[in-house]
Design a protein around this ligand. Structure first.
Ligand SMILES: [Zn+2]
Length: 416
């Protein structure tokens, strides 16, 4: 990678080099274990002109998303998040029965079904054929396309301009950030709104969330760099909300630059926090690589010492980010004999690169391990509760991030 994909600058500085890893969702079937497995460099750099953090775009979204296994509606908390968002957006923008809402990367319609329920006209734009088909079956009009300036113009010509364009959890997933942003501008009415949710680089850096760096995420935004990205398509940031999702996200509210006006005080507040964290100069990034190395050494030391004491450690969860952590740390079945996951699709499969077996969650109660290493650390509160049964045999939870912590779980409360 020689040029910044947002501003074209050649001034890219290394933030952290995580080595080479396979795509994080490429779980292996048993018959693939004797076959070669491609690995791609995972090296995060930051542009010192526009401060967009980025990895090389080696795996195209076309490869990842044309048949996608992730259906948003499977996650109860996401469906609830979407329902609340729609209710708030309808109120905030006073969307009436004549309004038109477009969602980009609309998945299986988990968000737009709430728009349909309110009698508001809407359209999803979703590249995955199978996921988009599920949306149409659920009554959500959905176009199978990737968003480009051309797609945006065609949708506008056919359906009219959108009063609200929603782009949640997609702005990191597209290597052509400028073309995508121009596509958003083509979709939105000249006095309309764009709402984008994306992971926040400030919390990624502050909380050592380096495992959220993986090949599906091409870039990582501060609000400062998001403003530059929006500008590249003729949009301007008006307001921002900080959200707890994915360990720390931002919701960006943008409008066509001509009508945007001054940004809110909340924008100024977040920009001030990012500046104070040193993220608009190299100083904010310079310690990150050393802190990542500490996370790795602490986790490996714990696993090796537990193994030498004859204690058992198993994993909980097989999320995409877990594979960045396992590959970067070099953790294989000698240190972690298996992990468990609630998604039946993953049972009997193996983690990419590290080839750790994935089993059903019931295995933990059957084996009574001394420690359970939690890979989806972002669900910490929920999992401390859900896995409290390991207290029965003195089991403890281990969280690797933001730093290694070993947690005694409270016994399950017995209700009379
Ligand atoms: Zn740049």
């Amino acid at each position: 990678m020689t040029r910044c994909r947002l501003c074209g600058s050649a001034a890219l500085a290394s933030v952290v080099d995580l080595g080479a890893t396979p795509p994080c969702e490429s779980f292996l079937a048993a018959d693939q274990l004797d076959q070669p497995e491609p690995a791609y460099p995972l090296h995060l750099r930051v542009c010192t002109d526009c401060w967009l953090a980025q990895i090389p775009p080696l795996i195209t979204p076309e490869e990842t998303f044309t048949q996608y296994a992730y259906f948003s509606s499977y996650s109860t908390s996401w469906v609830e998040h979407a329902r609340t968002f729609v209710a708030d957006a309808v109120q905030r923008l006073a969307l009436g029965p004549d309004a038109f809402v477009v969602e980009v990367a609309s998945n299986d319609g988990y968000l737009l079904r709430h728009v349909v329920d309110r009698g508001i006209r809407c359209l999803g734009i979703e590249p995955s054929v199978n996921v988009g088909a599920a949306a149409r079956e659920a009554g959500v009009p959905t176009l199978t396309e990737f968003l480009s300036p051309d797609t945006g113009s065609r949708v506008r010509a056919e359906h009219g301009p959108a009063d609200l364009v929603v782009a949640n959890n997609v702005y990191a997933h597209i290597p052509d950030v400028v073309g995508f942003t121009q596509g958003l501008r083509a979709l939105v009415a000249d006095d309309g709104w764009v709402s984008i949710e994306v992971q926040h680089l400030l919390t990624l850096i502050e909380e050592n969330q380096y495992d959220t760096i993986y090949h599906e995420h091409f870039q990582y935004y501060t609000v400062a760099s998001a403003i530059r990205a929006l500008e590249s398509g003729g949009l301007a940031l008006v307001d921002v909300e900080l959200l707890p999702t994915h360990g720390g996200s931002v919701r960006l509210w943008a409008r066509p630059a001509e009508v945007a006006g001054d940004p809110s005080h909340r924008v100024a507040d977040v920009l001030a926090r990012e500046k104070a964290a040193g993220l608009l100069e190299l100083s904010g990034y310079s310690e990150f690589s050393a802190r990542v190395a500490t996370v790795r050494r602490d986790l490996l030391r714990f696993l090796i010492e537990a193994a030498e004491r004859g204690e058992t450690v198993v994993g909980y969860g097989a999320p995409g980010k877990g594979n960045t952590l396992l590959n970067h740390c070099g953790i294989r079945p000698d240190l972690l004999p298996y992990t468990v996951d609630r998604n039946p699709y993953k049972h009997g499969r193996f983690t990419p690169g590290t080839r750790i077996p994935i089993l059903p969650p019931e295995r933990i109660a059957a084996d009574r391990p001394d420690y359970v290493l939690v890979l989806p650390w972002n669900l910490r509160a929920e999992l401390v509760e859900q896995l409290s049964f390991i207290h029965d045999w003195g089991g403890r939870l281990v969280f690797p991030i933001p730093e290694l912590s070993i947690v005694e779980v409270a016994p399950k409360e017995v209700t009379a």
